[in-house]
Every structure is written in structure tokens, then in C-alpha cells.
Design a protein around this ligand. Structure first.
Ligand SMILES: Cc1cc2nc3c(=O)[nH]c(=O)nc-3n(C[C@H](O)[C@H](O)[C@H](O)COP(=O)(O)OP(=O)(O)OC[C@H]3O[C@@H](n4cnc5c(N)ncnc54)[C@H](O)[C@@H]3O)c2cc1C
Length: 359
């Protein structure tokens, strides 16, 4: 295969980084990401209670991409053949892959991100009582990490939904709730907190919930779902390729519907399945294979392209260092067994290996 095609990937998160690693020797590859590093997202809450853990979970793009051009900036516009970045660059592509996930601003350098975790850790250590706002997977995992590593802290978790983690089944929510209560975490459902109205109450901050309850805590962590990073696409040639939730509409090859040379992968697509990193990886692997075939050219190659089939719900939410709750296709499970699968190393060694690095 001649290495002459220009592939541009927007987003160096879970999907984009693995795709970039897989394609770097088969194309002129450019990765655009606002950060200099890839972060393993599901390890971020452990990094808050144990900052050195982040040393293995923050990986400079250059460490796994010796053969790609890395642009540390944000894509702000796309046409039928070019991408424009916030720092004024214009990059021409033959194939474009959008893997921009969720809009979750993070520091530009790995060093700044490590400092961020040290600061978060100081915040936890110096607080006697902590409020967590949001009972999705992030809020639940953070509560689990703090409850296990700092059992003396008074923890309150407020969630506006009727149950924790609505993205998985009700039985899994109940099991997580039971576990949190067993660790003395106070969980308040069907309430929200207006952080702007928090006041200083002498020793503690005073927070009001939408039901008029008062919560005293020394600090809070906001763990609510982040919006998809597609708002900027509404002003581009892809404006009609978004559904009403802002997700990119894709075909069975994960190409933007009706387009031959623009793909989308990861959380940003309208593939009807729960949004998980291991599925973002599967999509990246499939698009890597299909793009290599496409770049080889010829009908025979194209006929060998794979199609993507949505997966049924499968998720493991860690509860501290040893336990977890797992949503499997026909069953939910909690305790040590799912904990052995995820909660010790949080798949960090496995993910590093996938990126071609020492675990
Ligand atoms: C706390 C937590 C725990 C989780 N646990 C698990 C788990 O155990 N297992 C699992 O499989 N999944 C888990 N997930 C879900 C998983 O992290 C996501 O499904 C996955 O990150 C999606 O990958 P992505 O590449 O689509 O997006 P992301 O990983 O979010 O990456 C998007 C990238 O695009 C960049 N970007 C955004 N906009 C632009 C732009 N305009 N230009 C350039 N770059 C841009 C971002 O900076 C980012 O680097 C968890 C998520 C969280 C938050």
C-alpha cells in the first residue's frame, strides 16, 4: 500500500488515540486534540484519592504516536476537505474521523493535569465533610473511592434522578445504593443542589437542595454528565448530520451517513448502545481495518469491510478498590467478583498494553 492518503483524526481520547496508534504507519496521519496527552478516563477518580496513580493513566500522545503529526489545539470548523483549528491551522484530509466524545475541558499539559489531581487530593484530605453532586457513574465511583480510602469523611451524594446511574438497570442502581449506604454515604435522590446559592456557615458551607433540605459540607465535587462535543459542528458542512441530541448520524461502517470519507466513532455517534470506552475501542479497531482496506482501494478490498453491530448493555462501575457493580446482558452482580475484574487496576495495565506501552 502506498502511504499517500492523509487521515485526520479529531479527538485524542479513548477512540481517537487507539485509532491513531493503529493507522500511523499506513497513512499520513494527523491527530488533533486540545491536550498533549491521552487520559484513561475511568481511572480519573482513583487519581483524586491517590495522585501518583495518574502517572500511568496520563500518556503523552508522542509516547504512542512516533509516526504521526500531533496538533495540540481544538478543531473549530470542517469542510469537505479541510479541518480548521483554533490556533489557525488548516489541515487537508482524504479521510476524516471525528472522535470528539464529550466536552470536558482539561489542562493542556500532563504536568498540569498531575498537579490538578494533587490539588483535588488536598481538597479531599483537608475536608471533614464532602458533598458530591450527581449520581451517575462518575459521582458513584468518586463516592466509592472516598468512602474506602477516607472512611472518616462524612459523605453526602445528591442526585436528581429517581435512582442512581440510570444508564444501567434498576437492580444495579439498587446494589450500588445499598453498598454506598453500608459505607455510611448519605444518598439523597430526586433533589438537585443550586451551587450558586451555597453560603458560608462558619465552619462549613451550607448547601440547599431543591426540596429545601440543608446540607453542611466543607467542599463539593460536581459530577454531572458533560454535553457531547458537537456544538461546533452545527456551523459546518456536517450541520445536517447531527440528530436532535447532537449525536452524529452514522451508517453501519461508522461513516457519517451519506459520506464516503468521513467517519465518526466513540460516544459522539448515534449508535444505539450504551456509551462505553471498550465499545469506543471496538469501533476504533473496526474503522482502522476498514480504512486500511479503503486506502488499498479496489472493489475486492471494499467488499471485505466489516460492519458494526450495536452491543447489549455491559458495564462495570467500581465501588472503591475491591468491590464493583456489574450490569451484564441478563444479570447484575455486585461485590468482590466484578471488583476483581475492574476495581484493583481499573483496566489501566490492559489499556496501556493496547496502546503498545508497558502495563
Ligand atoms: C468516571 C467514568 C468511568 C468510566 N468507566 C468506564 C469503564 O469502566 N469502562 C468503559 O468501557 N467505559 C467507561 N467510561 C466511559 C468511557 O470513558 C467513554 O465511553 C469513552 O471515553 C468514550 O471515548 P471517546 O473517544 O468517544 O471520547 P473521549 O474519551 O471523551 O475523548 C474525546 C477527545 O476529544 C477531544 N476533543 C473534544 N472536542 C474536540 C475538538 N473540537 N477538537 C479536537 N479534539 C476534541 C477531547 O479533548 C478528548 O481528548 C467511563 C467514563 C467515566 C467518565
Amino acid at each position: 500500500m502506498e502511504k499517500e492518503k492523509r487521515v485526520v483524526i479529531i479527538g485524542g481520547g479513548v477512540a481517537g488515540s487507539l485509532l491513531a496508534k493503529s493507522l500511523q504507519f499506513d497513512a499520513h496521519l494527523t491527530l488533533i486534540d486540545p491536550k498533549e496527552y491521552f487520559e484513561i478516563p475511568w481511572a480519573s477518580l482513583r487519581a483524586m484519592v491517590e495522585p501518583p496513580f495518574a502517572e500511568r493513566t496520563l500518556i503523552n500522545h508522542g509516547d504512542y504516536l512516533p509516526n504521526a503529526k500531533i496538533i495540540v489545539s481544538t478543531a473549530v470548523n470542517v469542510t469537505d476537505r479541510e479541518v480548521f483549528t483554533a490556533d489557525g491551522q488548516q489541515i487537508v484530509y482524504d479521510y476524516l474521523v471525528i472522535a470528539a466524545g464529550h466536552a470536558d475541558p482539561a489542562p493542556k499539559s500532563r504536568t498540569e493535569r498531575l498537579n490538578h489531581y494533587r490539588n483535588e487530593n488536598e481538597k479531599i484530605k483537608s475536608a471533614g465533610s464532602i458533598l458530591i453532586v450527581g449520581g451517575g457513574p462518575t459521582g458513584v465511583e468518586l463516592a466509592g473511592e472516598i468512602a474506602v480510602d477516607f472512611p472518616d469523611k462524612k459523605l453526602t451524594l445528591v442526585h436528581k434522578g429517581t435512582r442512581l446511574m440510570e444508564f444501567i438497570g434498576a437492580k444495579a442502581s439498587d446494589k450500588a445504593l445499598k453498598w454506598l449506604k453500608s459505607k455510611n454515604v448519605e444518598v439523597k435522590l430526586e433533589q438537585s443542589v443550586d451551587l450558586n446559592s451555597a453560603t458560608d456557615g462558619g465552619e462549613h458551607r451550607i448547601y440547599q437542595t431543591s426540596l429545601g433540605e440543608t446540607i453542611q459540607a466543607d467542599c463539593h465535587f460536581l459530577c454531572v454528565a458533560k454535553p457531547l462535543a458537537t456544538a461546533w459542528l452545527k456551523e459546518t458542512v456536517l450541520k445536517n448530520d447531527l440528530d436532535n441530541q447532537g449525536r452524529i448520524k452514522v451508517d453501519e461502517y461508522l461513516r457519517v451517513k451519506g459520506r464516503d470519507n468521513i467517519f465518526a466513532i466513540g460516544d459522539i455517534t448515534d449508535v444505539p448502545e450504551i456509551k462505553q470506552g471498550f465499545l469506543a475501542h471496538k469501533q476504533a479497531e473496526m474503522v482502522a481495518k476498514n480504512l486500511k482496506l479503503t486506502m488499498e482501494g479496489g472493489t475486492e478490498c471494499r467488499n471485505r469491510m466489516d460492519t458494526y453491530k450495536p452491543h447489549s448493555a455491559l458495564a462495570i462501575v467500581s465501588l472503591g478498590r475491591k468491590d464493583a457493580v456489574a450490569q451484564l446482558p441478563f444479570i447484575t452482580m455486585s461485590g468482590r467478583i466484578p471488583g476483581i475484574i475492574k476495581s484493583g487496576d481499573l483496566f489501566v495495565g490492559k489499556t496501556r498494553k493496547q496502546m503498545g506501552l508497558n502495563p
